[in-house]
Design a protein around this ligand. Structure first.
Ligand SMILES: *Cc1c(COP(=O)(O)O)cnc(C)c1O
Length: 489
């Protein structure tokens, strides 16, 4: 009797059934989740069951109530978030990992694929081949790990181990107003404090001004603070601009300060020959991050930190001995996958238990190769340029910032409206409600822009024109409605 709930289900039939539900979700001919809100809330809002309903019923509920009322993010025309719907092989490889290597530790194919795929990523993005990586849940943690290593390095130079003794001196982290806010959070978590983040002035494209950085460093020489890192962004989240990596790297070198490049979104842009030159200086980075769950089409939950000296991550984050693991491995006579932890990734970051993410990245690259990745990145960048080209040619559109990568910040202009920001906010609301082309908005030099970020593996070329056409059509409807209102007797 005690075996009644011992799992023995076979996956294949259920996967077939679930796959059908998921494929029909990806057709996107269902309404937005909010249209049936009352109904699915009522079905799902139930007390915890004493007796289960069985797997068939759960799959039916997933398929009929949960999946059809999911998020708009995987929609090909949804360009608002940088995280996106996973590609097919990404989903499948994630599933394979969760079944056959629920942990990355041990000596098995998945542990090896962590390292192989990390090396492939350094090749793919032309990183310094000395760099070694570690996977984590996403850019937030990837930045935390990189800056943890920077903190370790900066304090060790002063004879202090911050992992053991804490942050005993005031610190500085050099970033900008458009640096991702996860940099500030990392500063808080690492004990530097959010106030340690100094915002360096930026140019009209939001890029850190090297001369302003130099000036600030000169002023800071007077005080006793520890300069932990200079944080550059390769692919600013709001506009896609790339910091001037080469001069910033040079300043970092000259001042013996850690140089971190946040490429969570934009690192894959280096594959596009149009923009490759803008990554010059990347080879001097002490740490670089990239999110496979953004441009590479991995399911959400995969970020990567690359670092020149991985032993720093170990000194900053090693877990230390644990009684319950003592004697579990016999590192001197390894004959079984359980005899060793394999490459000890859990000592290079903040997660012990962790999915095997490397197999997913391996599968993504294996499927379409460097060529396929480059084709996607080039297509997305070209889509942003297509939006810009259309906007420049149209009398009622303007480009607020020329695209660098796959983001184009543009807007509708009408001399009938005093407040162009308000007009564009209304246009954006209408786009979201229409539910076909769903960009976000961004503030660019004080002006509200409509901001598509083309990034999804399923995002096709025509969607650039579709978005522009829809913005024009909504803008003209608002203009017409305004005219009719103002001509009423
Ligand atoms: C998305 C992003 C992050 C945060 O990454 P998550 O994966 O969402 O945690 C950090 N930096 C930049 C530049 C980003 O675009």
């Amino acid at each position: 009797m005690y075996d009644e709930y011992a799992e023995s289900g076979k996956l294949a039939n259920y996967l077939q059934q679930l796959g059908g539900y998921l494929d029909s979700y990806l057709e996107f001919d269902h309404p937005d989740a909010m249209e049936n809100e009352a109904q699915w809330r009522e079905v799902l809002n139930q007390k915890i069951p004493e007796k289960g309903v069985g797997i068939d019923q759960v799959i039916t509920e997933l398929g009929q109530t949960v999946i059809p009322n999911g998020s708009q993010i995987p929609r090909p025309g949804c360009t608002s978030f940088i995280t996106t719907g996973a590609s097919t092989i990404g989903v499948l490889a994630g599933l394979a990992s969760s079944v056959s290597a629920p942990q990355r530790i041990g000596i098995h194919a998945f542990n090896l694929l962590e390292e192989i795929s990390l090396t492939w990523l350094t090749d793919l993005f032309g990183l310094n081949p000395e760099m070694k990586g570690v996977y984590c849940s996403g850019g937030s943690v990837a930045n935390l790990l990189a800056l943890g290593a920077a903190r370790q390095w900066a304090f060790e130079k002063r004879g202090i181990d911050p992992a053991e003794n804490g942050v005993t001196l005031p610190c500085r982290l050099y970033a900008t107003d458009v640096s991702h806010r996860t940099i500030h959070r990392a500063a808080a978590v690492l004990g530097l404090g959010r106030n340690a983040v100094v915002s360096i002035a930026t140019d009209a494209q939001g890029r850190m001004k090297p001369e302003a950085l130099e000036q600030q460093l000169k002023e800071d020489k007077e005080n006793n603070a520890v300069p932990v890192a200079i944080v550059a962004t390769a692919g600013i989240t709001s506009t896609g601009a790339i910091d001037l990596l080469a001069p910033l790297a040079k300043i970092a070198r000259a001042n013996d300060i850690w140089f971190h490049v946040d490429g969570a979104y934009g690192l894959p842009g280096i594959l596009d020959p149009h923009v490759e030159a803008q990554y010059q200086g990347l080879e001097y980075a002490d740490s670089v991050i990239v999110d496979p769950h953004k441009w590479l089409g991995a399911p959400v939950g995969i970020g990567t930190t690359f670092i020149r000296d991985r032993s720093l991550l170990n000194r900053a984050f090693a877990q230390g001995e644990s009684d319950y693991l003592e004697g579990s491995c016999i590192e001197d006579d390894i004959q079984n996958s359980m005899d060793s932890m394999g490459i000890p990734y859990h000592d290079f970051g903040v997660e012990l238990s962790s999915p095997s993410r490397g197999a997913v990245v391996w599968a993504l690259i294996r499927e379409i190769g460097i060529e396929g990745m480059r084709e996607r990145v080039c297509r997305h960048n070209a889509m942003a340029r297509q939006v810009a080209k259309r906007a420049e040619a149209h009398p009622q559109l303007e480009v607020l910032q020329e695209p660098t990568l796959s983001i184009c910040c543009f807007r509708y202009v009408s001399d009938r409206w005093q407040d162009q920001d308000k007009l564009n906010r209304m246009i954006h609301r209408q786009l979201v409600h229409n539910g076909q082309n769903i960009p976000s908005t961004a503030i660019v030099n004080g002006q509200l822009a409509i901001r598509p970020c083309f990034i999804g593996a399923r995002t096709g070329w025509h969607l650039a024109d579709d978005l522009v056409d829809e913005v024009i059509s909504i803008g003209q409807q608002f203009d017409k409605a305004y005219m009719e209102k103002s001509h009423q007797p």
